[in-house]
Design a protein around this ligand. Structure first.
Ligand SMILES: Cc1cc2nc3c(=O)[nH]c(=O)nc-3n(C[C@H](O)[C@H](O)[C@H](O)COP(=O)(O)O)c2cc1C
Length: 307
């Protein structure tokens, strides 16, 4: 399937693996790229030299294109922006802010820039700033979220910009891919589906929590602090919401979630940790290789789109 996204990124299938803090490291990124999609390394708040190491390890595992997700509000963003260029990475996705400050550096060095946005206004601003495409991310997504749903956001952004749009949030099979295509997207970004991939290094407890999740097991923490994050419900979210109702301070709430994603991903503490995952977790029922995930999505999507 050829779209402006496959052309822009030089990949076989218009499927991007979301940059996911603690989850999106070299094994997963390389596996997705080798399977024909675009793998991403999440810089998140990792020390810049760790990001450089991750890039080098990815290069050892694949000769296909891959990218780095830069969270612009993190103190490491500036250094990571330069490391990306030094290491010859050709694609960057950005979150949490405006990549304007790094645009010239990246563009001069042939880096394709794809900001993740949750509103039409942001999408337009990114296009004006020289972005090559945008990821329109609906609030069904795992992790940090905006307020519009994928179904409503994608067509509005498609209408508002001329650069290609990648849909994210709630997509994990060919039906989701086909629906996103119908809304005008030229590619999809999937996060939760790849968390449970065989090549994903997340703790088995985390994968099993997603596999066992029901449709209504999704919760949002941080609504009152202005930093909403979608996770799967557990003891931590119950405690969080209780404290939120009691009017706990920002600091007190932060304390509850501090380091909590690492706790869940690395230690497998899915009771007190933050099990970030999207609403589509309820549909994911087994661990598959990245190749199986991507090929199944494409096969089902092609059948539906050819009807
Ligand atoms: C565990 C987890 C961590 C995430 N961390 C980040 C991140 O560091 N940067 C980012 O831009 N998006 C992050 N996301 C969002 C994903 O990149 C992706 O856009 C989202 O998961 C897509 O929605 P889906 O989960 O419904 O597939 C994260 C998502 C999850 C599930």
């Amino acid at each position: 399937m050829k779209t402006r996204i496959t052309e822009l990124l030089g990949i076989e299938y218009p499927i991007i693996q979301g940059g996911m803090a603690w989850v999106a490291e070299h094994n997963l990124a390389a596996a997705v790229s080798n399977a024909g999609g675009l793998g991403l390394i999440a810089a998140a708040s990792a020390p810049p030299e760790v990001v450089r190491e991750e890039i080098r390890k990815t290069k050892e595992l694949t000769d296909k294109p891959f990218g780095v997700n830069v969270m612009l509000l993190n103190p490491n963003a500036e250094e990571v922006a330069h490391i990306v260029v030094e290491e010859g990475v050709k694609v960057v996705t950005t979150g949490a802010g405006n990549p304007g400050k790094f645009m010239e550096l990246w563009k001069e060095n042939g880096v394709k820039v794809i900001p993740v946005v949750a509103s039409v206004a942001m999408a337009k601003m990114m296009q004006r700033g020289g972005a090559d495409a945008v990821v329109a991310e609906g609030m069904e997504s795992g992790g940090h979220i905006g307020s519009a749903t994928t179904m409503t956001l994608v067509p509005q952004i498609v209408d508002a910009v001329s650069i290609p749009v990648i849909a994210a949030g709630g997509i994990a099979d060919g039906r989701g891919f086909a629906a996103a295509t119908m809304l005008g997207a030229e590619g999809v970004q999937m996060g939760t589906a790849f968390v449970v991939a065989k090549e994903s290094i997340v703790h088995e407890n985390y994968k099993q929590r997603i596999i066992k999740a029901k449709d209504i097991d999704s919760e949002i923490t941080g609504m009152s602090t202005g930093h909403p994050i979608r996770v799967i419900r557990n003891k931590m979210t119950k405690e969080y919401q209780r404290k939120e109702k009691e009017g706990a301070s920002f600091e007190e709430l932060e304390l509850l979630t501090l380091g909590s994603l690492r706790k869940a991903v690395m230690d497998g503490d899915v009771v007190n940790g933050s099990v970030m995952a999207g609403q589509i977790a309820g549909m994911i029922k087994e661990e598959q290789t990245t190749k199986e995930i991507i090929e199944n999505v494409m096969k089902q999507a092609k059948e539906l789109l050819n009807r």
